[in-house]
Design a protein around this ligand. Structure first.
Ligand code: BGC
Ligand code: NOJ
Length: 843
């Protein structure tokens, strides 16, 4: 069953029924001001940091679902009937409803009692504000007398404190309201709080250490307003039946403490067919510390800069222009790669949604979604490095900045803080380090950046360790230390020690936690000198092959430019040898006969082997080891992948391991804390599925690779939305596995490494359009029954028009570039601004 449909021409997903199985959300903003918005206008907004600068309040895990949002109420003043044009929160049945989610905007359109309403929500580029552009049309044959009420609930900035520290918070809330243009009589005691303009200002804590405030403006003369929640709602009422809306009259309440809100009341008389546009702006503004108050010495907000933005965007023509700019921006970003294949799901995911999701993971990491509270996690070190693989071609300059920020948190011993805070850009001490795979992902991230951009200068950037002045050394040296970190931590079998965990945060082999509530991630009860990871071994070999590509070129570049190297650079042979040694170790201790093993636990017992009764085979090492090239020549790669097909594949995707853990194992940790089939305990953990797709393409099995791709492609799952439950336009972190009662049900949509890796798998492995250090490589491994496909790829300033034609069933490629046959599969770099025509014949 579907709850909407794709509109690919508009690059939108159109939801046609408001009661989707879960709120189906979208993101507003792409720079500093962000919002989450659901298909029924739920969600919240923040500036830069979802925890520390939260503008509006949201109630997690609430019932009814999705409480807190950008709400509007329409009231027919002739009948007294009222409803929400976004269906929530009143849930009054609408005659028409449609929600269009696009890139950075959402449009909700509905109709009831002959009143059509359409609201476009978006954040203009370069601004720290959001716009709600509302158009009301009277489609009745008679005059309409309607009231439009807006309603938001302010968060007192620190979202964590806001939802816990009530003894303080109920007394600190402050607002200012300007009523001059509203023409309302002011009560004497309110006078000090009132100022010019029909704007509600939220200024909690502005009197002390905060230099920022929020404003909520409306383009119309108001019939009234409210800023105190209980005055608006009425005692013991919910957002579904505010007393003010029911009565058709605002209380003009000014909040003193308790729960400040912003609600404006606009009265409209609409002739038959008449249309009226009303604009609301919710914005964030900072003032210089010494210019906070106007007049100076008062307690009144200096509103000069906010007023500029308000004046600009209360004009519809400026709003339309800003919206066009946003659309063009996304056309430009998505235009970096566009494909036309025989499969519509592939086309729309590659061209629109998967790329968009990659950009959202760039901005949010794992912080704010409907499954991540925005108060818990900072930016993950390994997460951000992997996310980079999916967005580097769209925003290389920001990828550069991200790499430098992240590597400045790296520890001197080459390890990494597991997370860092986006606002301070410092490593997060609460979580600390010791996740032994972390530093290796930096190598993959930097290498991907270099392949995309050819910007070798990044390797010379002086970057601190642990954000400590005086520790600066070239980024390249950080990569060397990342590699050395693994070599310095080998266990009894010579495999890398796992530390707190490797990629699988829930395989906690040194944790031994028997205390409820303890964090599996940060509790370590063993010294960690025994438990080893085959995944890290494979990842190390993979990172070695990236370093091999960088090492000699790095030295050569310095020799050519006659610049001194400030530290000892390991030659590429160092990585070749290290990789060979590690491979030997894997064959000796990490190969189980039919697949790669997973780990050795603290007792030195193997995991991911036929010797185990549960957890015999895991997906991660099969993917990563084959990606690193292990077993490709001796046939073991194919064996491992066949084992994946036999033991782990399901129609809904590939599960993480089998058999699932049926009970909690103290020595395994969080992985066994999940009921079988969920999350890391044998769920379809989508992040790892593309590793298998890439591995399948490495062994030349395009049909298998694409088959796995399709199983978890959300668009291809749209028809089973009632089962899948999450948005059909973005990947979810997990789909319940075959051991679960709800096999096929997705959870944790949006913020997952699944986005970047699926993008890499389909574009670079299956369609085979792969940036390399020397040029763009065309080496597709795609389904036998495809006649071919076309693609346009922007790469290093040139446009590549690629046409792939299948003439045989294999994967041998011969290239013709601008009409000339070429040997090899890497097209030498073209001049900037040129268009390169590539024909690839696949035999
Ligand atoms: C989740 C993991 C996550 C970890 C760290 C666990 O509960 O299952 O997927 O990476 O928490 O936040
Ligand atoms: C989610 C985390 O963000 C990621 O870093 C980790 O690799 C996976 N969970 C697997 O546990």
């Amino acid at each position: 069953m579907k709850f909407g449909h794709f509109d690919d021409a508009q690059r939108e997903y159109v939801i046609t029924q408001p009661d989707t199985p879960l709120p189906w959300i979208n993101y507003l903003g792409c720079e500093e001001y962000f919002g989450l918005i659901s298909n029924t206008a739920g969600g919240y907004s923040f500036y830069k940091d979802a925890r520390l600068r939260r503008l509006t309040r949201y109630r997690y895990n609430n019932s009814p679902l999705d409480m807190g949002g950008r709400y509007l109420y329409i009231r027919d003043n002739n009948t007294g009937k009222y409803w929400s044009p976004s269906w929530m929160p009143t849930r009054v049945k609408l005659d028409e409803y449609e929600c269009r989610h696009g890139q950075g905007y959402t449009i909700i359109t509905s109709k009831l009692n002959g009143i059509k309403s359409s609201t476009r929500y978006f954040v203009p580029l370069g601004e720290s504000l959001e716009i709600w552009q509302v158009t009301l049309t009277n489609e009745n044959g008679s005059d309409a007398d309607v009231s439009l009420f807006s309603a938001i609930e302010f968060c007192l900035w620190d979202a964590n404190d806001d939802s816990t520290n009530f003894q303080r918070n109920y007394s600190i809330g402050q607002v200012e309201v300007d009523l001059e243009s509203i023409g309302l009589p002011m009560k004497q005691e309110q006078a000090p709080a009132l100022h010019k303009g029909s704007v509600i200002y939220h200024k909690t804590e502005y009197r002390e250490r905060r230099d920022h405030f929020a404003y909520f403006a409306c383009s119309e003369k108001l019939a009234g307003f409210d800023t105190q929640r209980e005055s608006f709602l009425g005692a013991y009422r919910g957002w579904d039946e505010p007393a003010v809306v029911e009565n058709g009259e605002s209380c003009n309440s000014v909040a003193y403490g308790w729960q400040p809100i912003g609600s404006q009341h606009v009265k409209l008389q609409l002739k038959p067919g008449e249309q009226k546009q009303i604009i609301f702006i919710l914005g964030y503004q900072e003032n210089p510390k010494d210019d906070k108050f106007d007049p100076p010495g008062s307690q009144i907000i200096n509103k000069k800069s906010a007023k500029k933005a308000i004046e600009k965007y209360l004009q519809a023509s400026n709003v339309d222009k800003a919206f066009d700019e946003l659309r063009n921006y996304w056309t430009m970003l998505l235009g970096k790669l566009q494909v036309t294949t025989p499969d519509e799901h592939t086309n729309r995911m590659v061209n629109i949604w998967n790329a968009y999701q990659c950009m959202v993971t760039f901005n949010m990491s794992r912080s704010a979604s409907y499954f991540e509270s925005g108060i818990g996690r900072g930016m993950g070190f390994r997460d951000s490095n992997q996310d980079l693989l999916g967005f580097v071609h769209m925003i290389p300059e920001r990828a550069r900045e991200r790499i430098l920020d992240m590597s400045a948190t790296q520890l001197k011993n080459g390890g990494a803080f597991h997370q860092y805070q986006p606002l301070t850009k410092r490593g997060n001490n609460d979580v600390g380090s010791g996740f032994n795979d972390d530093p290796l992902w930096l190598v993959l991230g930097v290498s991907a950046y270099l392949k995309e951009t050819g910007d070798w200068s990044i390797l010379d950037e002086l970057v601190q360790y642990e954000n400590e002045a005086g520790t600066e050394s070239p980024l390249y040296e950080h990569l060397q230390r990342s590699m050395q970190y693994t070599l310095d931590r080998l266990g009894p079998n010579n495999l890398p020690l796992i530390g707190r965990a490797d990629w699988n945060d829930c395989l906690n082999l040194n944790c031994f936690s028997d205390t409820p509530g303890q964090s599996f991630q940060t509790t370590t009860n063993k010294d960690g000198n025994v438990a080893e990871s085959v995944l890290i071994a494979g990842l190390f070999v993979l990172a070695c092959s990236e370093m091999k590509g960088l090492a000699d070129r790095y030295v050569e570049r310095h020799t050519l430019n006659v610049t001194q190297l400030t530290f000892d650079v390991q030659p590429s042979t160092f990585y070749a040898t290290a990789a060979t040694e590690m491979e030997k170790t894997v064959w000796a201790a990490g190969w189980d006969g039919d697949w790669f093993r997973r780990a050795y636990d603290d007792f030195g017992h193997v995991l991911g082997s036929k010797e185990n009764t549960e957890g015999q085979i895991f997906i991660e090492p099969q993917g990563i080891c084959v990606m690193a090239g292990l077993g490709v020549e001796n046939g073991n790669a194919v064996k491992a992948l066949d084992s994946v097909g036999e033991h782990l594949a399901t129609p809904h995707g590939i599960v993480l391991q089998q058999p699932a853990f049926s009970q909690y194992y103290l020595h395994l940790g969080e992985i066994s804390s999940y009921p079988p089939g969920y999350k890391e305990n044998a769920g379809i953990f989508c992040h790892t599925n593309p590793w298998i797709m890439i591995a399948e393409s490495i062994v030349g099995r395009g049909d298998n690779a694409f088959d796995y791709y399709k199983r978890i492609n959300p668009s291809a799952r749209e028809e089973i939305s009632e089962l899948h439950k999450c948005e059909p336009y973005v990947y979810a972190q997990m789909i319940a596995g075959k051991d679960a009662a709800t096999h096929g049900e997705a959870k944790n949509s949006w913020l997952s490494g699944t986005a970047a890796w699926n993008y890499v798998a389909i574009t670079q492995a299956i369609l085979g359009i792969q940036p390399t250090l020397d040029g763009l490589q065309i080496q597709p491994v795609f389904p036998c029954d495809w006649k071919g496909f076309t693609a346009t790829r922007q790469f290093r300033g040139a446009t590549y028009e690629i046409r792939v034609e299948r003439q045989g069933k294999g994967n041998d490629v011969s290239l013709e570039v601008d009409g000339n046959p070429m040997t090899g599969s890497i097209i030498p770099l073209a001049t900037k601004g040129s268009t390169v025509r590539v024909k690839a014949i696949v035999m």
